[in-house]
Write a protein that binds this ligand. Structure first.
Ligand code: ADP
Ligand code: ZN
Length: 730
């Protein structure tokens, strides 16, 4: 018996997805089981999913220990993944069962292999051959032994399914059962590589060199938008696949996957596995199983793809690594970028963090020599970086409730005359952020949150961006009941669309905002048709800043460059810098030079000047110096604690008690700030209070936090969430 196999009856510890704080003892099932096996076990009256985590603890009456019901039809979880869940759980202060749930998010894992009927050529010759029948047999002959489902076959032959079924009766077509979860087509690393520029070649060579071993390492791949970062990291994927290891590419936005899958197909001759919330349940199960069996070489997906049971993971690419959507903000609070580095370190894989505007964290890690760094400084081909200029709004003459300055209007008009596209960027969804009563001054808020409701004229509703609650726009003020006095204040993209349509009545205007399309598919179709020229003026939220290619676009106008500079978020400057550079990067990707105009009331602001000057290294150095001075990330550590309850007194009482009993934190030299009402002090009817913990970079923060929080019982309605390295401060 080897150390990782348990014979029938042996005591095993099984970790389940149920909220228990430890593994439970069971006896191994008939036939025994492997360490890491996915199993079904009895728990009270129920059957639950679990993983064989180790040897059982013992100490119970052996005859009372229940037996594992069965081993599931799935590859055992590898030691690497168990280790990763453990470490990631310790880092994020998440109990193991919750971590296990992250990597069993596919339906029907406990079901027997799902079968489906497939069709192939039979032995018999049909007595009478119609045109339709001939077409069916021709299709099957061309498939050369491959099988098709009924619908695939009927569609390919252009016949009804009854024609196929008729042929089955005659024995000319054979019907068989075959597993539904089929391997993904092989990707060919040598299929369609492009001729790389000298810079790109050097970058690709450095990444390939890293992939020649099974030793962990992270590379920051920094390159201006359009410099060919994707082309370069696809070479790393190729090198990884050629070594027989699996690769994962994380993208920040589902809407980007379609374009990316097409590029993968052009590079490797087939499409990879796709994993995100838009993928069907049956496909998710197929991906999960095939990844575990090594029959999916490349996965393209959202952050949760990091928790798939790879067999030999060799490379993780985090594209647009600075993107805030890598941070999961509910449930398990983790940052997929950081967890990618952790998993790679455990399984001896390489990480590529790609971005035009890296996070300060990654920039600092490269500065400190922890990460390698590759720079692509020029755009590919004839494309050059756009010229950037501020439009000083103090000097522009603009009536109330108008947001496109005469200067920007002129630039748009020029593009229209030349048949080029212009993009107006405003990072605000909906029609107007505030609805105010002109009679009494009341602002319409959400009933469940301390947030104003945002008018969405397209949906004909007011929507709370915190909890998603919506209601029709009232005709009378809910406060003073005067009719006809409710007015929209401030711009959202829908309202901007209205203004632009009035300014340029002959132009085709498209508003791109995630909430205006019923599905990811509809949004993708719209983006594609815009890229092909179906709109003259694009109005968009940050959705458009994220990596889409609009070859005809030569002007970017930022409606409110100051928007992100307000507020107390420690990353306000960094975020504004990244977003503005990204958005500007959308202009002039093809052969025509681009221009970016930033409407601002504070052109002298250091961040605005850094954006305009394009002196990125100088910006990072200044920002780093400030953070180091303040002892905040990445030069110090932080954790946010959010307490919530329906009872406001209860939640403040707990917050005060926590602030007082801070001995475990003081022992590591950490400080507690708060309790203070969270910036949004009520969400979904729950009052929220936050504390902030700051510690030195080297401090052992997590164990201290665990000890500190462990002193308090959460009674009744109280909830506590601990957010390590918080990204948003709401
Ligand atoms: P980034 O990821 O840095 O924004 P991409 O990899 O998307 O840049 O490249 C921008 C565009 O230039 C893409 O359409 C890409 O196919 C093209 N491109 C980049 N490098 C090359 C190359 N060496 N040969 C041909 N096309 C290239
Ligand atoms: Zn709300």
């Amino acid at each position: 018996m080897s150390a990782d196999f348990f014979d029938e009856g042996a005591l095993v510890g099984v970790l389940t997805t149920q909220p228990l704080d430890r593994a439970l003892d069971y006896r191994a099932p008939e036939g025994g089981c492997h360490l890491g096996a996915f199993v079904e076990v009895p728990l009270g009256p129920r059957k639950v999913l679990g993983v064989v985590w180790g040897t059982g603890e013992g100490g119970y009456d052996h005859s009372k220990v229940r037996q594992v019901i069965r081993v599931l039809d799935a590859a055992p979880m590898r030691a690497e993944l168990r280790h990763f869940l453990q470490r990631a759980g310790e880092y994020t202060l998440t109990p193991l069962p919750a971590m296990l749930r992250l990597c069993t998010r596919a339906p029907g894992l406990g079901d027997p292999p799902s079968m489906r009927k497939v069709y192939r050529l039979g032995e018999a010759e049909p007595p009478r051959l119609t045109d339709a029948r001939t077409r069916v047999l021709d299709v099957l002959r061309e498939m050369g032994g491959l099988s098709l489902t009924l619908k695939e076959l009927a569609d390919a032959a252009g016949v009804t399914t009854s024609v196929v079924k008729g042929l089955v009766k005659l024995g000319a077509v054979r019907e068989e059962e075959s597993p539904r979860d089929t391997p993904f087509p092989r990707l060919d690393p040598a299929f369609g590589g492009k001729d790389l520029t000298e810079d790109q070649q050097a970058g690709a060579a450095a990444l390939r060199a890293g992939l020649a071993t099974d030793v962990y390492g992270t590379t920051l791949l920094r390159g201006v938008t359009g410099s060919g970062k994707t082309e370069v990291y696809l070479e790393a994927v190729a090198a990884c696949l050629a070594r027989g290891r699996q690769a994962l590419v994380l993208l920040p936005e589902i809407a980007l996957t379609a374009e990316f899958l097409t590029r993968v197909e052009a590079r490797f001759g087939a499409r990879p596995a796709e994993w995100h919330s838009g993928v069907t349940m049956t496909e998710r199960r197929r991906v999960w199983k095939m990844v575990g069996e090594g029959h999916a070489q490349l996965v393209v997906g959202a952050r949760s793809a990091l928790f798939l049971p790879y067999q030999r993971l060799g490379l993780i690419v985090v594209d647009e690594e600075h993107d805030t959507s890598y941070k999961q903000e509910d449930g398990v609070l983790y940052n997929a970028r950081d967890m990618a580095v952790l998993r790679a370190a455990i399984c001896g894989a390489r990480v590529v963090l790609a971005s035009a505007t890296p996070s300060l964290e990654s920039w600092a890690n490269a500065e400190a020599g922890k990460y390698d760094r590759i720079d692509l400084t020029a755009r590919f081909g004839a494309a050059v970086m756009p010229r950037m200029r501020a439009l000083d709004m103090r000097a522009e003459d603009l009536p109330a409730n108008r947001w496109v300055s005469p200067g920007l209007q002129g630039a748009v008009r020029q593009r229209l005359e030349r048949g080029e596209q212009a993009l107006l960027f405003l990072n605000r969804r909906g029609y107007a952020p505030v609805t105010i009563c002109r009679a009494c001054g009341h602002q319409i808020g959400c009933d469940h949150c301390d947030a104003r409701m945002v008018e969405h004229r397209f949906l004909k509703r007011l929507v709370c961006h915190q909890c998603g609650e919506s209601k029709p726009l009232p005709e009378v003020c809910p406060s003073c009941e005067v009719e006809g006095k409710l007015a929209a204040v401030g711009p959202g993209v829908e309202r901007l669309g209205e203004e632009v349509t009035a300014l340029f009545p002959d132009a085709r205007v498209a508003v791109l905002s995630s909430d205006m399309y019923g599905s990811a598919r509809a949004l993708k179709a719209e983006i594609e048709s815009i890229a092909e020229g179906a709109a003259d003026i694009i109005i968009g939220t940050q959705l458009v800043a994220k990596g889409h290619n609009f070859p005809l676009l030569t002007l970017v106008g930022v409606i409110d460059a100051d928007l992100g500079l307000q507020g107390s978020d420690l990353r306000a400057a960094e975020r504004t810098f990244q977003l503005m550079r990204q958005v500007a990067g959308r202009a002039g990707r093809a052969d025509k030079p681009g221009e970016a105009l930033l409407q601002t009331y504070q052109p002298e602001h250091p961040v605005i000047r850094a954006i305009l000057g394009g002196e990125e290294e100088a910006f990072w150095r200044a920002e780093a110096a400030e953070r180091r001075q303040a002892g905040v990330p990445p030069y110090g550590r932080m954790a946010g604690i959010i307490l919530s309850s329906t009872d406001v007194q209860e939640v403040f009482d707990l917050g005060n008690a926590m602030a007082r009993q801070d001995a475990p934190l003081r022992r590591i030299g950490a400080q507690v700030f708060g309790p203070a009402p969270a910036p949004i002090a009520r969400v979904r009817g729950r009052h929220r209070v936050r504390l902030l913990v700051k510690a030195d970079k080297g401090a052992a923060l997590q164990p201290a936090l665990a000890e500190w929080a462990g002193q308090f019982r959460l009674r009744g309605q109280l909830r506590m969430a601990i957010d390590i390295d918080p990204q948003s401060f709401y």
